[in-house]
Design a protein around this ligand. Sequence first.
Ligand code: GLA
Length: 391
Amino acid sequence: MNLIDQITSTYKEKFGHAPAHIVRAPGRVNLLGEHVDYNDGFVLPAAIDRATYIAFSPTDAPHSTLVAADFDQQASFSAETIATKTQPDSSALPEWALYPAGVMWALKEEGISTSSINAVFASDVPRGSGLSSSASVEMAFAIAWQTLGGWTLPAMQRALLGQKAENKYVGVNCGIMDQFASACGVENKLLLLDCRSLEWKTVPLPDHVAIVIADTTVRRKLTSGEYNKRRDACEEAVRLLKNDLPKIKSLRDVSVADFNRLANTLPDEVEKRARHVVEEIGRSNQAEALLEAGDIQSFGRLMNECHASLRDLYEVSCPELNVMVNIAQPLKGCYGARLTGAGFGGCTVNLVAKNDVEAFAKALAAGYEAETGLRPEIYISHASNGAELLG
Ligand code: GLA
């Protein structure tokens, strides 16, 4: 049974009638520009063909009732209980419910009306894998409340509300990339976003190249703490570099030449973190021209450099991600391979010649299992549309 049938039938069982609507919001994979969105840099994600789906209807009840089919759990919240992150019976909201509740909270903060809903949702975006399962939940619920609220927000506004929910309600200081990609995805296209101006465009991926996602199946705990620490280090670098470069607002404003000149004024760890960001923004600046010219070889090299930098300077890789990347890069047909998303576990993204994809996936899976004893999940991904009401 597919996910839509599954949530529809669970909805009927639970609420006694068919759901009024179905919504879908995808996860994302990022090809270049990692850990630069919160430094005003450029990112190059694509929405993927794995998504969160919600079956839902409006209800006259004072509270919304959500069933997370993946956990077989239920939670309720209302405008009254939302600020305290509790349910009507005063128990704490379970962690998974903070994402939808956060979206309702962020909408309320903006003065946008949200009616109560009954909903059942499920996702085939693997959780904690660097493919933005949480952003897909947020963007799906943003569409659900929009559908029932009689208002329409531009996709970027919905993305910003999702980011606010995650920053201020869930407590992860993430940038805008994930919610943007989930809200604004375009079928068969990469998305190039300037995280300072929020202007974006689509960029083509040549027909002969496939995006292959390889899941190490390793999940790290405490990721949000490490993530927030990286962000603090970037802010510290800007504060210190301002002594010599008073006009800079973020690491986006620091050239590689200026950075090299001033690097020794920074503490070692701050220097490493900031160097990754400054150089990665330089790499992602080249992405558009290379892709427009169809120069996948050079683009893939930038992906490989990005992985080395995330591993050695930003220190967000892990042994299993490095094994996966080291096996992939020399395989026939592989243009580039690197970890994708925040890191600390999860998935790699690989650009592979379509003709070689099957052999690539086989060799990668076998090599990874032989070295780690873990069975990876490897799939070819297609860039998909952003969050949408399906009916
Ligand atoms: C997570 C965050 C994004 C971004 C990436 C790293 O996915 O949610 O905002 O910072 O990590 O590029």
